[in-house]
Design a protein around this ligand. Structure first.
Ligand code: SAM
Ligand code: SF4
Length: 327
């Protein structure tokens, strides 16, 4: 039996607009909490408390939720995880989502390990873009940071994604002082030589790692200064008002760009346009929020499509943020 829902808030006609007036246009869909890597900043080595298979959203359930979100104004969907390429038959889901009317951008974030074998199938099914995570271009350091000696394989995955037309490609690089901050300029060089966008992400000390400290966060300003000491950069105009990265091109006209995601030193809560769907079917309005809202039960108990839409609206309208404001 579907649960009874309270009356739809009056703002529902405006789509997904939260109590701060922010319009939600981006949905991140986590497909699994599992991963074949153990990045030092993400999954603790000893973690073994994974969701059971039945707890994870099925493809048809994800499709209903994404369809509802798109009808309410979401334009961009990004598949993520954990490692999304660990989900079996992923092109089946990609095909379902790629054909939803109103979806303007459809991307996937991956560690790249399985890209060589899946890039073409994903592109054929309708995936448009891929973002790869790459934190070091030195094999030993890569292995230290990810727990897998797989740099060559990930670089090959980048080539496969490019060949399959899953561009423009982006690379995410989480910078941690004492680990890979000595490679910042190398990554800028990589952006130039590969005509790619490299996004430097400030390391966020998330839960489960009490040993991390703030000194390990390298600010976007410091990264920018280090690159500027080597290359002259020009600021690029944001393509959307909710763009999370400050972007720069090379003044000499070389291809590629660098960007900085400064979640810690300059939080962009004001312009946040994101909603997150966890692998076990919970909606989160903020990455840093401890609150989440169970949409899976609703979908699994046969709620109508309108009831799912209503739940999304309520979740967003009634959310009070909190996130970074609370830490
Ligand atoms: N497994 C895929 C990957 O690594 O690309 C997708 C999931 S991963 C959680 C998504 C992005 O979050 C990655 O680019 C990763 O670098 C970033 N990330 C994870 N933990 C982070 C942290 N503590 N601080 C900053 N970025 C983080
Ligand atoms: Fe986390 Fe992605 Fe690294 Fe896996 S590959 S540990 S999900 S950042």
């Amino acid at each position: 039996m579907a649960r009874e829902l309270p009356t739809l808030p009056r703002t529902a006609g405006a789509g997904l607009v939260d109590s701060f007036g922010r319009r939600i246009t981006d949905l991140r869909v986590s497909l699994t909490d599992r991963c074949n890597f153990r990045c030092v900043y993400c999954i603790p080595d000893e973690h073994n408390d994974w969701f059971a298979r039945d707890e994870i959203l099925r493809y048809e359930e994800i499709e209903v939720i994404v369809r509802a979100a798109v009808e309410l104004g979401v334009e961009k969907v990004r598949l993520t995880g954990g490692e999304p390429l660990l989900r079996r038959d992923l092109p089946v889901l990609v095909d379902k989502l790629a054909h939803i009317d109103g979806l303007r951008d459809f991307a996937l974030t991956t560690n790249g390990y399985f890209l060589r074998q899946s890039a073409e199938d994903l592109a054929r099914a309708g995936l448009r873009r891929v973002t790869l995570s790459l934190d070091s271009m030195r094999p030993g350091k890569f292995a230290l940071m990810t727990g897998r000696d797989a740099l060559a394989r990930v670089l090959d995955g980048i080539d496969a994604a490019r060949a399959a037309g899953l561009g423009p490609l982006k690379v995410n690089c989480v910078v941690i002082r004492g680990f890979n901050d000595d490679e910042i300029v190398d990554f800028a060089e990589f952006a130039r030589t590969h005509a790619m966008a490299v996004r430097f992400i400030e390391f966020m000390p998330l839960d489960g790692r009490p040993d991390w400290d703030r000194q390990q966060v390298v600010s976007g300003a410091e990264m920018l200064a280090r690159i500027r000491a080597r290359y002259e950069l020009v600021s690029l105009t944001p393509t959307t008002s909710s763009e999370t990265a400050r972007r720069y091109g090379f003044a000499d006209g070389a291809p590629g760009e660098v960007g900085f995601i400064t979640t810690i030193t300059e939080p962009f809560c004001d312009g946040c346009s994101r909603l997150r769907l966890t692998a076990d079917g919970r909606l989160r309005t903020c990455l840093f929020s401890t609150r989440s809202h169970d949409v899976k039960t609703l979908v699994r108990t046969g709620a109508s499509f309108d009831a799912v839409k209503q739940f999304l609206v309520e979740t967003v309208v009634l959310s009070v943020g909190g996130g970074l404001l609370g830490i």
